[in-house]
Write a protein that binds this ligand. Structure first.
Ligand SMILES: [Zn+2]
Length: 256
């Protein structure tokens, strides 16, 4: 049974509408990328068009999923354990559709994500293992609209993990003893930002993004409606980039 819920899509069109548009800068394709996110489907909403395009272009992409979305249902017959299992399967399928190499499940409780040394350490470990040029995650500081607490915390922890924790050897020294070296991430890209400054052309991968989103069957009673909304946002982003469809991000860069 599929129970309708309001997907936590956190759109940004109201942030875009009425904004004097400055053209967004195009994003280069990295060699390696890590995506850190709170719930199954967050990455598909936020960056799947970009992930699909980069995967086609040869980027090695790894997903780090903080919770398994064990609260995300209106179906009172489902246990959190059963739901987590269903949603992990859906996430793994979406990742396969996109060409993501691996999904790392951290299995923190949905709605219970906290900015802890332990969670940060797990993200640092994945960064030191995967060695991404770019980390993609959710905006930790939205100003003009609501956001899920887990999204803010996932974004914050991912950002902090990139700088300075994964870079400096005295943070989480046990990783070095295990053979994982320190790493300098080049940039963090936040989806869901009020004022994005870079874009990724997803004109050729919008359909794959929708196909990956559709894998999250437990979340949508009317996927066509969701797909229309997602297309609409991609079109709005595209207007700022002079392409038909785009994803947009706020970018912070680090010295390397
Ligand atoms: Zn979410």
């Amino acid at each position: 049974m599929v129970i309708p819920i309001i997907p936590e899509m956190e759109p940004r069109p109201e942030a875009l509408q009425g904004r004097e548009t400055t053209m967004l800068e195009p994003l280069p394709t990295p060699e390696r990328a890590l995506v850190v996110f709170a719930h199954p489907d967050d990455a598909e909403f936020g960056c799947a068009g970009t992930v699909a395009r980069w995967a086609r272009e040869g980027t090695h992409i790894v997903y780090v999923l903080a919770t398994s979305g064990d609260k995300g249902t209106g179906d009172r017959t489902l246990t959190p354990e059963r739901l987590a299992h269903i949603r992990e399967e859906e996430q793994a399928e979406a990742a396969r559709v996109l060409g993501v190499r691996e999904v790392v499940f951290l299995r923190y409780p949905d709605g219970g994500l906290e900015d802890t040394a332990e969670f940060r350490g797990k993200v640092v470990r994945e960064i030191r293992r995967v060695r991404p040029d770019v980390v993609l995650t959710s905006e930790p500081f939205p100003r003009r609209r609501f956001s899920h607490r887990d999204h803010r915390i996932a974004g914050l922890v991912a950002m902090d993990a990139c700088f300075p924790y994964c870079r400096d050897h005295l943070y989480y020294p046990e990783h070095l003893r295990e053979g994982l070296e320190t790493h300098k991430v080049g940039a963090v890209l936040f989806w869901g930002a009020d004022e994005p400054d870079v874009f990724s052309d997803i004109t050729d991968t919008l359909e794959v993004k929708l196909k990956a989103l559709a894998c999250h069957k437990s979340q949508f009673s009317d996927f066509n409606r969701v797909a229309e909304r997602v297309k609409e946002w991609a079109k709005l982003n595209g207007q700022q980039a002079e392409v038909p469809f785009a994803e947009a991000f706020r970018k912070i860069e680090f010295w390397r």
